[in-house]
Design a protein around this ligand. Structure first.
Ligand code: PMP
Length: 463
């Protein structure tokens, strides 16, 4: 039997069927149907191939998740073995499967010491729904049911379910479907380049964390359950906070007894050159959401690491927690998680990002700052952002309707590179297996796409 269905039809055929039946996430359906989707058929290491045979450097790791790269046999074999032995069993009715127990144990080992327990979900969004239920339950059990409010940040991304999108601070998402749900408020993000340049990054970090304290005092801290944030805002545009930001957030949460939640869906499992982003930035979260990198995206899995402060109350005083998912602790997902974490350990990927490839990407980005289109370029581990600007002397942005970021993304697509555009911020998060030589290859591709975009910008008279 030929298992490869991708070559059974032409690209145009796939595109027509796609347009006829498949509604894609975060997509203008009509406009995509007009253009036709790009059909991706194969992956190996950091490269993808499309249905026309083009090779593409996947500098977004799928969607920030394929951290061990494509084609890792250990993950594939583990999934196949588990599917044969027991493809599914639930964890609801006094039952468990060995893979779920094993992954829970391994997560307790690789996460910071306050985490000894995990609640599994099927995705990051579901993990954040669990966070909302759990922090409110925690305060109820402690006899403080008025602690309901969760503080998040504008331009944050925490998922697409009702609670996930409410925690997120994306205005366009809130505009559809009556969001946010009650009890979730947002403060400004720590975006130094956009709003803080009259201060040093250090001073701005403390200043931006102060917005949390202001909000707590405005709401009444006794009404606030938790603060949630991504260590580095990913989907918002790889916005790296100043080093002073998270320690000050921690101090404020401690001062008012507010729980701290670190959304590690992107930053977890080595992306920042540390196992978890909170370790890179020096916070001690009470809860940690994860997904993506836990299985390198090979199968869907997410969850929440539950700190002992909370676990103790839920276990000793809680009774039944009325919450859970069919796929909480899915055995196939969990064996892949176990193999994936072992592979990260064996290949020393966290150390490699910290000591070798992360610094190399940082050096590359420092050199890009000289490009006439680049106002700012920054990295954190294997994440990078390039802010395209109209005038680099004062950081003036292009009018958004010119969609310069999309012009640049078009050149990337056309030249075998996947780099994402968030407005005019071009972002990458290549797989953690990317070698030093592949970082150099990425650098050449990015420089070429910036040059082509600059040529367009000049030809159109936009500068
Ligand atoms: N949190 C963060 C920080 C994310 O980046 C994402 C997804 N990009 C999510 C949550 C939601 O995860 P999922 O798409 O798996 O539901």
């Amino acid at each position: 039997m030929n298992a490869d269905i991708s070559s059974s039809r032409s690209t145009r055929d796939w595109q027509a069927a796609d347009a006829a039946h498949f509604l894609h996430p975060f997509t203008d359906f009509q406009s995509l149907a007009r253009k036709g989707a790009r059909i991706i058929t194969r992956g190996e290491n950091v490269y993808l191939w499309d249905s026309d045979g083009h090779r593409i450097f996947d500098a977004m790791s799928g969607l920030w998740c394929v951290n061990v790269g494509y084609g890792q046999q250990a993950l594939i074999d583990a999934a196949a073995r588990q599917m044969q032995q027991l493809p599914f069993y639930n964890a609801f009715f006094q039952t468990a499967t060995p893979p779920a127990i094993q992954l829970a144990e391994l997560l307790a080992e690789v996460t910071p010491p306050q985490f000894q327990h995990v609640f599994f979900s099927g995705s990051g969004s579901e993990g954040n729904d669990t966070v909302v239920r759990m922090v409110r339950r925690y305060w109820d059990l402690l006899g403080q049911p008025e602690r309901q409010v969760i503080v998040s940040r504008k331009n944050a991304y925490h998922g697409s379910t009702m609670a996930g999108a409410s925690l997120g601070g994306m205005a366009a998402m809130h505009a559809q479907g009556g969001l946010p749900i009650p009890g979730i408020v947002h403060i400004e993000q720590p975006h130094w380049y956009q709003v803080g340049r009259e201060m040093t990054p250090e001073a701005f970090g403390v200043h931006a964390a102060g917005w949390l304290e202001e909000k707590l005092l405005e709401l009444g801290p006794e009404k606030v359950a938790a603060f949630i944030g991504e260590p580095v805002q990913g989907a918002g545009g790889v916005i790296v906070p100043p080093d002073s930001y998270w320690p000050e957030i921690q101090r404020i949460c401690d001062k008012y007894g507010v729980l701290l939640v670190s959304d590690e869906v992107i930053c977890g499992f080595g992306r920042t050159g540390h196992w978890f982003g909170c370790e890179r930035f020096g916070s001690r979260p009470d809860l940690m959401t994860f997904a993506k990198g836990v299985t390198s995206g090979y199968v869907p899995l997410g969850g929440v690491m539950v700190g002992e402060r909370i676990a103790k109350v839920l276990i000793e005083q809680g009774g039944e927690f009325e919450h859970g998912y069919t796929y909480s602790g899915h055995p196939v997902a969990c064996v892949v998680g176990v193999e994936n974490i072992r592979l990260i350990q064996q290949l020393k990927l966290v150390e490699r990002v910290r000591d070798e490839t992360g610094p190399r990407l940082a050096k590359l980005y420092a050199s890009l700052r000289d490009h006439p289109l680049v106002g700012h370029a920054e990295t954190c581990g294997l994440m990078g952002a390039i802010q395209l600007v109209k005038d680099k002397s004062d950081g003036t942005l292009f009018p958004s309707e010119l969609e310069v970021g999309m012009v640049c993304r078009g050149h990337c697509f056309g030249n075998g590179l996947i780099m994402r555009a968030v407005g005019d911020r071009m972002i990458v998060a290549p797989p953690l297996v990317t070698t030093a030589e592949q970082i150099d290859e990425l650098g050449r591709l990015i420089a070429m796409c910036l040059d082509k975009t600059w040529a367009d910008v000049k030809a159109n008279g936009w500068v």
